[in-house]
Design a protein around this ligand. Structure first.
Ligand code: GLN
Length: 503
């Protein structure tokens, strides 16, 4: 028998049981996504003979488009498809994308990537919105649930990020798979795990009650007229039309700039239009959501140095004093590794604090997120104290910084997902979640600009100079983060007012 929403939301214990199924679907999706993402730059340079700079720009463009499309995916979910159909459609596109890459990654590289970009846009925001619906609007256990879900995200990221590129390079299964086929198998693995994600979701649906049904479905929570079939199919066709467009835009990176300068203002105008249609109280909550979204751009701008300047720093300025591990490997996967262990613990900590009535509210959690981020960057700055004359410093100390930054991420990223679901009206859930991720697109974009700024000063300089330039930059970023954290805590009474009953 199908569950009612009340039965789902009135669960006993710490987590609703459906969260585990969503955890696994998202875990496999992130495996596919991060698996591919991890191969992009390396593949472009070693297989497609791109220059380093070109490859990095193209990588940045894909990241920006991926997260920008979450807005489109969320919007269509709210208006026409519902979360389940959007997720399924997105998953199918991701499977097609990775199959195309598996068939011939050299020939169809940008086509495969474009499918993945659109597919992720439909999948990613909507699964997070469904997690939010497992909770009543004021259930204090939601942040813990999102923290657990976030551990799933990172488990997938860690496995996919490690395995796919290792297969592509022949570091694992090198003896079994012939050299010519390695990249095909690596991209093929991404498609296999995505199939697992969708199969898992098919089983999950049975226990989701009314969550994620298409608008207009007789059992849907928000009552609306049924959506005509042509509109639904129209979305599918439209998203396919986007594929060649994205393909062109990713291939020519100057388009990314135009795109980024237009999409943000357009989405804001659209949000203001939607805000004009809701009640005053709902409008205030949407304003609060916007405050969180805007601050998160700065967070990701600083945080995402990991893919850019920090990977250069890791390659040039770190030794192997942490168990002999490769510094770039640690930089790429250390964060995800820490999150898998810390996320459930921090989630339980929120529940524990809540029982004692001392759980910080969301704005303060965000503020703490920034402060941890800032301290982490100060520790990165302090790595220079352990440097030798060649400018090589301690990986151990770097890893400590990573741990602190991760604590910051856990105070902001899962909490951000959670608060989006609480502050959005029922009919704008997908779009607001999309906006949350769109902020990540801007964060990535800003991160690239910051990273490029850090890199310019180092022409013709020694390795020690590089260390000084980078660490000076990190000190600066640390300061910005701490300031943002303090500002957030200072404005918390004001934002709290906007949030009203939401914590
Ligand atoms: N790493 C997280 C994920 O993949 C957060 C991404 C983001 O919001 N920038 O979901």
């Amino acid at each position: 028998m199908s569950l009612t929403l009340d039965e789902i939301q009135n669960f006993k214990g710490k987590y609703p049981r459906q969260i585990w199924s969503l955890f696994f679907s998202e875990m496999w999706e992130r495996f596919c996504f991060y698996g591919m993402r991890g191969m992009l730059v390396f593949f472009m340079i070693s297989q497609l003979n791109f220059h380093e700079k070109e490859a990095n720009l193209q990588y940045g463009a894909t990241q920006a488009f991926v997260y920008a499309f979450t807005f489109v995916g969320g919007l269509f979910a709210d208006k026409l498809l519902g979360f389940r159909k959007s997720l399924f459609w997105g998953g199918l596109l991701m499977i097609v994308g990775s199959l195309i890459l598996a068939a011939d990654p050299h020939k169809f590289f940008f086509l495969g990537i474009a499918f993945t970009v659109v597919g992720t846009g439909f999948f990613k925001p909507n699964i997070s919105s469904m997690v939010g619906q497992l909770y009543k609007p004021n259930d204090s256990r939601a942040d813990a649930g999102f923290s657990l879900f976030y551990a799933g995200i990172n488990l997938g990221a860690l496995l996919g990020g490690y395995l796919c590129i290792a297969i592509g390079k022949g570091e694992i299964l090198g003896g079994t798979i012939s050299e010519a086929m390695r990249w095909n198998v690596a991209f093929g693995l991404a498609s296999v795990v995505m199939v697992i994600s969708l199969i898992n979701f098919i089983f999950t649906q049975r226990r989701l009650g009314t969550i994620g049904l298409q608008p207009g479905h007789p059992l849907a929570e928000v009552k609306a007229a049924p959506i005509p079939k042509w509109k639904e199919y129209g979305v599918y066709v439209l998203s396919l039309i986007f594929v060649p467009i994205i393909m062109k835009m990713v291939a020519k990176t100057e388009y990314t700039d135009y795109f980024m300068w237009t999409i943000g203002p357009l989405t804001l105008i659209y949000l203001f239009y939607e805000m004009s249609k809701v009640t005053a109280s709902e409008r205030k909550k949407l304003w609060a959501a916007l405050v969180f979204i805007i601050f998160s751009i700065l967070f990701w701008g600083i945080y995402e140095q990991s893919g850019g300047s920090l990977s250069i720093f890791a390659a040039k300025n770190l030794n192997k004093d942490l168990l002999g591990l490769d510094p770039n490997g640690v930089n790429n996967s250390g964060g995800a590794f820490f999150i898998i262990f810390l996320a459930p613990i921090i989630g339980l900590l929120w529940i524990w604090l809540n029982k004692r009535k001392i759980e910080p509210n969301t704005i303060v959690k965000f503020g703490l997120g920034f402060i941890f981020l800032g301290i982490g960057y100060y520790v990165l700055f302090a790595t220079r104290l352990f440097a030798d004359l060649q400018g090589i410093t301690s990986l151990n100390f770097f890893t400590l910084a990573l741990l602190i930054i991760t604590l910051g991420e856990l105070c902001l990223s899962p909490i951000g997902l959670s608060i989006m679901t609480k502050l959005s009206t029922k009919n704008l859930q997908g779009m607001m979640m999309g906006m949350w991720f769109l902020a990540s697109a801007y964060g990535q974009y800003v991160a690239g600009i910051i990273g490029a700024g850090l890199a310019t000063a180092k022409k013709g300089s020694t390795n020690y100079d590089v260390l000084i330039t980078y660490t000076d930059g990190y000190k600066q970023l640390g300061l910005y983060a701490v300031i943002a954290g303090v500002v957030l805590i200072l404005i918390s009474p004001f934002v709290k007012k906007l949030m009203q009953d939401v914590k």
